[in-house]
Design a protein. Sequence first.
Length: 271
Amino acid sequence: MSDAAFLTDADFEQYRNLIYNECGIHFTSTNRSILESRLKERLREKAIDSVRTYFSTITRDQSELKSFLDSITTNLTRFFRNQAQFDALEHHVIPELLNVKRSTGSSTIKIWSAGCSTGEEPYTIAMLLSEILPPSWSFEIVASDLSLKCLMSAKEGFYNKVEGIPDNYLKKYFDEVDGGYKIHSNLMSKIRFDYHNLKNDAGLRSMDIVFCRNVIIYFDDITQAAVINRFWDAMSSKSFLFIGHSESLFGMNTKFEFVKTEWATLYRKFI
């Protein structure tokens, strides 16, 4: 790839405005090199030698635009990532929700894993709830992401890396096949994977728990607030929000209450 693949300041401004308008991800001069690197990879794959030609392509071709947005997202994840948050889910959130739900006559917990990447997070939640919920209770998980590639991988439920999964969970919920591990179909059936751009309303309502970890850090203040407020609209009257341990709603105009548990901090909608 020639030097033509590198962005001029004008090109960079054009690309970052498009990205922001499409999905809310905010590129600054600090992470400009990430955008340039991902863009060069995309140009090589498409055999295009000009960033301006490619820009023209993605403004006309929605399929290629989705592929480009897919390429710029960061998909670092693993099973039981930040164990303390799952401890808070088990020992604080679920006991509270069981009491709330019993008073309404419901016995189903509804969870949204937003920005689920390759599926480790929603599968972790599914394993944990399968272990700790009373026998007469059920759960439903919606797992969404901007990356179609990641969603396809998540739907397969096949993993080479299973570090962090307790041995008893690995034996109970996975089959060892083809040099890796395949999640049991009965657990996979608890999760609905769906493409979703967090800049838009997902149409979900009455969710009891929302996980959106290490996602809003890529948005600017305005988009962060808009995403968090859409989560509020999607959640039930007594529900819980988990964000990344390095993320915070401090200073944001939001109605969520900050909750500090023995294990981890989180946020609560209580109306």
